[in-house]
Design a binder for this molecule. Structure first.
Ligand code: KG4
Ligand code: ZN
Length: 335
């Protein structure tokens, strides 16, 4: 079964065709990230306008690359929540037109469920149940994936998302947007023990908090400036990365130990972080759990993950009519 997946929740306009939720036939991504970088973050209005411009050609290329026509597609899947609402609506309306015009079913997909489904593209043998940390620019959740369309949130951030913390710290350190890759690159030659950054206290056994950590980095920069010293950007980036990756890995592994998880996974943009991947790999092995990490090309936003989850939503009977609306927020375990 061929599912065409459309993603437009942030600054990537992405369309992909995936067979049976597992095999990527084509995967096309247009992005306004270079333009957004000029502003140090995503400007929602710019994101929406670029989606409008790019989406048709992106879908055409996805079909052409797959050597398929829309008639060969079994269903059109689209991210309908959560995300920047103006951006989401572009994808939703395009998907409606495409599905209606071709007489195909329309399948709404939750963005974070899509991030988790990126794991199915990388690991054909992976099946629920598994435990997954989903960490992106907008969310940080520890989720029990009970089945393909059944989720239970065990923990979450009480303030900033992990990716957001990377982005804000990058800005503080004068590094480019998006912050995750630029902080990770700076950290490569830095000393992770150079700065003593706090471990934030947070209520809830599996919850995390990054706002205090972000402020602690800002305080270090301000302290240096007041003393007329220059901050060691690489050392501070490395210390921050060590702390945030440590917190995320520790909470995921704590949840894994408590629940006796046999399979432990990472998903979302932050899952591309090398230090986080290493800590989770090492820790889960000690627990005797198998670790599944998404391929780097499927960590960030893409249409393939939406098509993959779209397949499982579709075979469960989760379709929508042309009244489908986009939503800026929606829990992953929505009914
Ligand atoms: O999942 P994603 O592509 O978009 C959202 O759904 O938000 O995640 C983007 C986030 C950004 O905050 C970006 O800085 C972060 O993922 N990110 C990383 C890395 N690559 C991207 N964070 C840490 N290390 C990375 N290597
Ligand atoms: Zn995302």
């Amino acid at each position: 079964m061929y599912i065409l997946g459309i993603e437009s929740t942030c600054d990537e306009t992405a369309v992909s065709i995936v067979e049976d939720g597992r095999r990527v036939i084509s995967n096309v991504i247009a992005t306004s990230v270079a333009e957004q970088a000029l502003y140090g973050g995503v400007v929602p209005e710019i994101a929406s306008r670029r989606h409008c411009e790019y989406i048709s050609a992106t879908a055409e290329k996805a079909l052409a690359d797959a050597k398929l026509s829309i008639a060969d597609i079994d269903a059109v899947a689209v991210t309908f929540a959560p995300g920047l609402i103006g951006a989401v609506l572009v994808g939703v309306n395009f998907a409606k037109g495409l599905a209606y015009g071709a007489g195909k079913p329309l399948v709404p997909v939750h963005h974070l469920r899509g991030h988790i489904a990126a794991l199915y593209l990388t690991h054909p043998e992976l099946k629920p149940p598994f435990l997954c940390l989903v960490a992106s620019g907008g969310h940080s959740h520890i989720v029990q994936v009970e089945d393909y369309t059944k989720f239970k949130v065990l923990g979450r951030t009480v303030d900033d998302a992990a990716g957001e913390a990377f982005d804000k710290v990058a800005r503080t350190l004068g590094l480019s947007y998006p912050g995750g890759p630029s902080v990770a690159a700076a950290a490569k030659t830095g000393d992770p023990k150079a700065y003593k950054l706090p471990v934030p206290h947070v209520e809830g056994r599996y919850n995390v908090s990054f706002s205090g950590l972000k402020t602690a980095v800002l305080n270090e920069v301000n302290k240096c400036q007041m003393k007329g010293e220059t901050v060691n950007v690489n050392d501070l980036a490395a210390s921050f990365q060590e702390r945030i990756a440590g917190i995320l890995a520790e909470k995921l592994l704590l949840a894994a130990a408590d629940t006796g998880a046999q399979q432990v996974c990472l998903a979302g943009g932050v899952a591309a972080n090398g230090r986080l991947r290493q800590l989770v790999n090492d820790g889960a092995q000690k627990l005797g759990a198998k670790v599944y990490l998404p391929h780097l090309k499927f960590c960030g936003d893409n249409g393939a993950m939406i098509a993959a989850q779209g397949y499982y939503e579709y075979i469960t009977g989760h379709t929508a009519d042309l009244q489908l609306n986009g939503l800026p927020t929606l829990p992953i375990d929505y009914e």
